[in-house]
Structure formats: C-alpha cells, structure tokens
Design a protein around this ligand. Structure first.
Ligand code: NAD
Length: 347
C-alpha cells in the first residue's frame, strides 16, 4: 500500500520527528521544509526518506542537533567555515548567507564549508544565490559509505559527489544544474529498492564488478556490496574526483580513503564559488545573451520520442507545480521506515 501526502502534513510529521530527536522547533521546521521541498522538486532521494538515517545519525552522535557554523577563516572574499556536523539544512543556509553577502560586497567569494551533516539537495543553495542575482558553483564530497566505483575499477571508492551550477537568466527563470556524479543518486536506488523495482543497465555493478540491475547491491545493509557507476564514463569519474579534491581536500573537510563502515552519518564538505555579475559589469550582457541562447536552444526541433528541449531547473519547477497540487507519493517501505524512526525517538 502506498500513500499520497499533502506537503503540509509531511512537513508537520518530519518537524515533529526531528524535534523529538533533539532539535529546537525552528531547526526542526527548517529541516522539514528543506526535505519536503526536495520531494516537491521531484527528488525523493533527498526528501523525507532521509529522516530515518538522520535519526540514526543523531542517536549515534554523528549528527549534532542545534549546532551552527563556526567561521575558521575570514579573508573577506574568502571564507573558511566549519559546520561542526550540524544539520546541513541549517549550516548550508548559514554559510550561503555569509558567502552571498561577501560576494555582493567584493564581487566574488570563495567559501569552503567543511564537515556539514548531509546538505541535501545542493540546488537549494544555488537557488538561494540566483534569487539574489548571483552565479554559484558548488563542488561537494560525501563521507559515508563509498558507493561509487572509479572508472575502470570494480568496487565503490567514493560517494555520489554532487556538482551544481546556478546562473541567473535575467527576466526568465534561472538555470540550476544540480546532479550527482554517479549515474544516478544513491537515494534513487533506495527508492527503487523499496518499490521492488529493477533499474536500467549501466547504473550498477555487483560485488564482482559485473553489470547488474538489482538496486539492492547498494542498499542492503548486509550481504555482498556492489557499486554505482559514474555518469559519462571517465568524464563523470573525472568530475567526481574533482569534487572530492575541491569539496573534501581543499576545504579541509577530508576525503574518503578507508574501508566502508556502518556509521549512519552522511558528512558533506562543499567548495562554493559565488560571482556577482553586477560587480563584474556584465549583468546586462548575461541577461541578454542568456535569453538569446535559451531561445536558440528551445527552437531546436523536438527529437523523436522526446519531450523537447528543456533547460536545467525546469523539471524541478514543473514537479513543484504538479506535486503542490497532487501531494507527495511515498512507497509503503519508506513510510514505515519514517514511522519506525519516530518510535526510536519517542520516550
Ligand atoms: P538528476 O539525474 O535528476 O539530474 C538533475 C539535473 O538535471 C537538474 O539540474 C535538472 O534540472 C536537470 N535535468 C533533468 N532532466 C533534464 C532534461 N530533460 N533536460 C535538461 N536538464 C534536465 O539528479 P541526480 O543526479 O539524481 O541528483 C538528485 C539530487 O541529489 C540533486 O539535488 C543533488 O544535489 C542531490 N545529491 C546530494 C548529495 C549529497 O551528499 N548531499 C549527493 C548526491 C546527490
């Protein structure tokens, strides 16, 4: 049995659980808003299905409720920030607010955020930047189970290291490119596994390094482990390594180079580059050229069996409009896991 939930009901449920797990009401509400927004945007992998993992991480001590950022370096247009393992939905927003203020002041800002708990959908931060007319680039690494195989390798060695680019487009809706460097997000394998579905070929390898369509190889907590493949063969692999080096090494947050363990916390470190086109003197040109180029792309004839040309950010906006009306569908396994998580923190 599956359930469709209005966003308001899910927000209240998630906020209640996060609060029971130790967060103050304002923090719990912000985490809940962020997770439900991921579902509304069509990314169930980064939505309320993360709650059981967050609860486990709090109980284990790897996720620290009511913990904000600490600025470790303030060089004006260069910021070093320790997120101290607080909720990424809080620390990421705090860090972005600081970074955006500096970008508006100096024209650009390089912000190195280390040791945040799961930052969720990275596009959320690009959306904050473009709303203020800023360009933003994000390179993120993931300290959790190493679930993605290097190109040419036969086991998981790093995380789904997301990369995200936000560009304001003048009068039209912004460009928000936001993706995992794995062929698909790990959470999408959890969603497929919970629905009892197989996934297309080219996503996964099994414990022998052979192709498989069983999402269980990266979801089951016991048994032989497989791995996700990167997108775009060695090119996606190259970008994943760049995310590990920029997001993990350059920020000081750390890279993954050890055997997998069972810890439930998911730590993200993120290198963010913010640019203010107004300070660069190209705000007008950006708006005009972005419009002209987007029009040019959209004039391309529709390929056979295709929905036509879209620009990144459009699918998420369309999903939001649809799901705000229809509600958010959750499979039964996900809903049961959320209820079980609530019981763990109900005294
Ligand atoms: P995805 O494969 O659905 O790709 C999403 C991107 O592609 C979006 O920018 C979207 O607008 C664009 N897109 C989709 N269809 C398109 C089309 N037809 N034409 C043009 N553009 C199109 O996303 P994903 O790789 O599964 O990642 C999902 C989410 O997971 C992202 O928000 C990412 O930040 C997040 N993530 C987070 C972590 C973490 O540790 N915090 C790790 C991995 C992924």
């Amino acid at each position: 049995m599956s359930h469709t939930h209005p966003a308001t009901e899910l927000r209240a449920t998630v906020a209640r659980i996060i609060e029971k797990a130790g967060s103050l009401p304002a923090e719990a509400a912000q985490v809940a808003d962020n997770l439900v927004m991921a579902n509304l945007s069509g990314h169930d992998s980064h939505g309320v299905g993360m709650v059981p993992r967050y609860v486990d991480a709090v109980l284990e001590g790897g996720l620290k409720p009511n913990t904000g950022i600490k600025v470790t370096l303030d060089g004006g247009a260069m910021l070093g920030i320790d997120a101290q393992q607080g909720y990424g939905q809080i620390t990421g927003v705090q860090a972005m607010e600081l970074g955006m203020a500096r970008a508006r002041q100096h024209g650009s800002c390089i912000m190195a955020l280390s040791r945040s708990h799961h930052l969720g959908r990275i596009g959320h931060f690009a959306e904050m930047a473009v709303a203020q007319g800023l360009v933003s680039l994000h390179f993120v690494n993931v300290i959790s189970r190493p679930v993605v195989a290097p190109f040419g390798g036969g086991d998981g060695r790093f995380g789904t290291n997301p990369c995200c680019i936000g560009i304001p487009m003048g009068a039209q809706a912004p460009y928000v490119l936001d993706f995992a460097t794995s062929r698909v997000a790990q959470g999408k394998m959890r969603v497929a596994y919970n629905k009892g579905e197989q996934v297309p070929e080219g996503y996964l390898i099994d414990e022998h390094g052979r192709p498989t369509t069983d999402p269980g190889v990266v979801v089951r907590s016991q048994g032989p482990l497989g791995a996700l493949m990167t997108f775009g063969e060695y090119k996606g692999y190259g970008l994943a390594v760049a995310c590990e080096l920029l997001g993990g090494a350059l920020t000081g947050g750390g890279t993954w180079h050890q055997q997998a363990d069972d810890r439930r916390a998911v730590l993200n470190s993120m290198l963010t580059i913010l640019i203010d086109p107004a300070k660069l003197g190209t705000q007008q040109a950006l708006a005009q050229e972005a419009q002209a180029f987007a029009d040019w792309l959209r004039a391309s004839p529709c390929a056979p069996d295709s929905a036509g040309v879209q620009l990144a950010g459009e699918p998420e906006r369309a999903a939001r409009a649809r799901r705000a009306q229809e509600g958010i569908w959750l499979d039964d396994a996900t809903w049961q896991e959320i209820q079980a998580a609530e019981r763990k923190v109900t005294r």
